[in-house]
Ligand binder design. Structure first.
Ligand code: CTP
Length: 442
């Protein structure tokens, strides 16, 4: 009996896949199909899969060509499988020509001609056509445009970023003359304008029937934030808070791990985010520290300890009290059985770590924790320590865009930051603006 093996993602199964499987089966008597796991796909930069592993396996099964289906989970597994399953022929499409020649040592390698004119990427792009416009004035606009290129079916319709056109002139973009013109040309809008403008920019977009992804904070108070989410819901639109770290694999895994009890009962979350940046920049576009770093700093606090804190205190040093520009702010939160501290600054520098303290151990994320692909779980007995690595591409922005596009498609929240977390963050910003619970120092 001749055993043949082939591997693939098989997302949104199309006739290119079916033809490949049909010809692979004809190469022998028994066909094994390796379907890639979601995690493995992520590590090799495939972030756009529309279907879950189970759905993809089901689709391969329904072609009727596979005698056996296995899951491919790690680099180097092909050699293990070929040896373990007694495979005679390894085959894949010609887009991989030469790539798997090293397997000749274990079995025969055959590249089958790839079917022209079809791919999962194309099917996804056809299915999902989401035109996103961008409004705002920060370096994030540039990054968002670059990262959107990695997301199937998403295209940037243009920008409305007065004052930034020069910076973006090499990008071959449509520069809208007004916000309304941008909205007209788009299905959705990415709002990175000054935080004070978020409420009106989002409301205008929602009333124009457009989905919104907004650089956090969504609004300057909990009430405004609630109203925006209510309006989005009433109109059947998606409103999503954009803190890129919330969409990165390492960060989401550490939150789950912290909540799973692996370090015991959590007693403290301490996060630090600082930079020495444009505190002197044009005040009409400047983000103060609490808006620029605050939402990110609060993210692990709200996601690990929840949004129901009982008390909080701000310790703030202002550079310009009149415009609410803080150089440094520390927020201490008190929960019924835990505490948290968030230290943020744009005119002071510190180590940007995240530490989650538990009764049995702690999670340590090295600086800059918000861009991390790595964290450690540490115990008194160091032999128990473990390290976790996860691929991080594009600082998490491209995962954020994937999640947004998926949410729009499903018309429901598909992960990331929940509405109540956004509201809690906006609530803290609101209290800061009112100088509630604040101790100032000079
Ligand atoms: N394949 C093929 N012809 C196509 C598309 C895929 O023969 N038009 C083959 C690939 O060479 C591979 C298998 O089908 O052997 C599974 O490919 P997969 O990566 O899942 O499909 P793609 O459509 O190429 O996916 P993507 O667009 O996400 O890269």
């Amino acid at each position: 009996m001749i055993k043949v093996i082939t591997y693939g993602t098989y997302d949104m199964l199309h006739y290119g896949h079916t033809r490949l499987l049909q010809r692979a089966k004809l190469l022998g008597d028994y066909l094994i199909v390796g379907v890639t796991s979601d995690d493995y796909d992520k590590t090799r930069g495939k972030i756009n899969n529309q279907q879950s592993l189970m759905e993809r396996i089901e689709a391969v099964k329904n072609t009727g060509f596979a005698d056996e289906i296995i899951v491919e989970e790690y680099e180097g597994q092909k050699i293990d499988d070929i040896k373990r399953l007694g495979v005679d022929i390894f085959t894949v499409g010609s887009d991989w020509e030469g790539h798997f020649d090293y397997l000749n040592e274990y079995c025969k390698v055959i590249y089958l001609p790839r079917t022209d004119g079809i791919s999962s990427s194309l099917v996804r792009a056809e299915k999902r056509k989401l035109g996103i416009g961008i409004t705002g004035f920060t370096a994030f606009v540039k990054k968002f445009i670059d990262e959107a290129k990695f997301v199937n079916g998403v295209n940037i319709t243009g920008v409305y970023a007065p004052g930034m056109n020069d910076m973006l002139k090499d990008k071959d973009l449509f520069f809208a003359g007004s916000y309304d013109e941008l909205l007209e040309k788009s299905d959705a809008v990415c709002v990175v304008s000054k935080p004070e403008k978020h409420y009106s920019d989002i409301m205008t977009a929602l009333h124009a029937g457009k989905h919104v992804i907004c650089e956090s904070p969504v609004a300057m108070s909990a009430e405004e934030c609630t109203e925006l989410f209510r309006t989005a819901k009433e109109r059947g639109l998606i409103l999503m808070d954009a803190i890129k770290t919330a969409y990165s694999t390492a960060y989401s895994r550490l939150v789950l791990l912290a909540k799973s009890g692996k370090i015991g009962h959590i007693v403290s979350v301490d996060s630090v985010c600082t930079s020495l940046t444009d505190i002197e920049a044009d005040p009409s576009e400047r983000w103060n520290t609490i808006c620029e770093w605050g939402p990110l700093g609060m993210l692990p606090v709200m996601q690990i300890l929840g949004t129901d804190y009982s008390r909080k205190v701000f310790f703030t040093k202002f550079t310009d009290r009149n415009s609410n520009t803080d150089a440094f702010t520390k927020i201490d939160f008190v929960y019924p059985s835990a505490v948290a501290s968030v230290k943020v600054a744009k005119a002071a520098k510190s180590e940007g770590t995240l530490i989650v303290t538990g009764t049995e151990g702690y999670i340590y994320v090295p600086a800059p924790w918000w861009k991390t692909d790595y964290f450690e779980v540490r115990y008194e007995n160091q032999e128990k320590n473990s390290r976790f690595f996860y691929q991080l591409e594009g600082e998490g922005i491209r995962y954020e865009i994937v999640t947004f596009a998926k949410s729009v498609e499903l018309l429901k929240w598909d992960g990331g930051i929940s509405e109540s977390e956004s509201e809690a963050i906006a609530g803290v910003i609101g209290d800061f603006n009112e100088r509630k619970d604040m101790i100032e120092f000079s």
